[in-house]
Design a protein around this ligand. Structure first.
Ligand code: ZN
Length: 277
């Protein structure tokens, strides 16, 4: 199944998507659907109000207010090498806050205080049920499905200190969506091609089979630290080809369009707009 969060004249609405038609569910967004309890799949699988073609709607962030957005740095060997680092024994973990999130077609707001804004296509998995101290089977069961996150990164702020956070969570920089694709439809454990293009030029290609710490391992690891909650987002890291890894370095400019694609999951298409002070 596929789900999205639409902006309608009455506010946000979670929908199930069949072909390209949207069926409105009794939840404000996909996060609320997942938080509704262990029967969310059965509740969402049938019925719903016909809202017509998905194309007629604006997409909100897939989960607008997740309790946690957890990002994994340095998870593809190719990207670790371009950033000049050793293969890690443990995942590098950092966070974003919900104010960073935008919809799948929304503009990326380039911060007024930086001219070093970079792209990072990432497979994101969405947590579907509470899980703590998960073994492998419980970790897999806890994942509702997959989506795309572009971990837009403000490099000069990211590297001001050895904590990444301040460069990773600028407001309205991080598209999330377009849809949640449940694991029975697209299995995140299969190798999925990932790609990022800027104004039609391919900048990143990779395959999720190269992840050092795959989604199930990440859920197992993170659930040692805290309970993962329905709607939590885990962004699994990016392959090589980021602008900061190029010689000379290349960064996003106002007016450019970033297209991030993952096989079977659709695409994020976002125009860059300079955020004025
Ligand atoms: Zn990232």
């Amino acid at each position: 199944m596929r789900f999205a969060t639409l902006r309608t004249t009455e506010g946000l609405r979670a929908v199930r998507i069949e072909e390209d038609e949207a069926f409105g569910l009794d939840f404000a967004d996909v996060g609320a659907l997942l938080a509704s309890g262990p029967r969310w799949r059965q509740v969402a699988a049938v019925g719903g109000t016909t809202l017509g073609s998905l194309d007629a709607y604006d997409l909100g962030p897939l989960v607008p207010l997740p309790r946690k957005i957890i990002c994994v740095g340095l998870n593809y060997a190719s990207h670790i090498q371009e950033m000049g680092r050793e293969l890690p024994a443990h995942p590098t973990i950092f966070a974003k806050y919900a104010r960073a999130l935008i919809g799948a077609r929304d503009p990326i707001m380039l911060p007024a205080v930086s001219d070093k804004v970079d792209w990072e296509v990432e497979l994101a998995v969405v947590v579907g049920q509470p899980v703590r101290r998960a073994d492998e089977a419980a970790a897999r069961d806890a994942i509702a499905g997959s989506t795309i996150l572009n971990d837009v990164s403000v490099r000069d702020w990211q590297f001001r200190t050895n904590q990444f956070l301040q460069g990773k969570t600028f407001e309205s920089t991080t598209p999330l969506g377009p849809t949640l694709v449940t694991t029975d439809e697209i299995d995140f454990a299969d190798g999925l091609e990932v790609r990022c293009e800027v104004d039609g030029e391919t900048m990143q290609t990779g395959n999720t089979s190269d992840l050092l710490f795959p989604p199930v391992e990440l859920v197992r690891y993170l659930s040692t630290i805290f309970t993962l909650d329905p709607g939590d987002i885990i962004a699994t890291g990016t392959p090589s080809g980021v602008g900061a890894g190029r010689t000379p370095e290349v960064y996003l400019r106002s007016g450019q369009t970033v297209r991030t694609t993952i096989e079977g999951l659709g695409e994020l298409v976002n125009k860059c707009v300079k955020d004025e002070l």
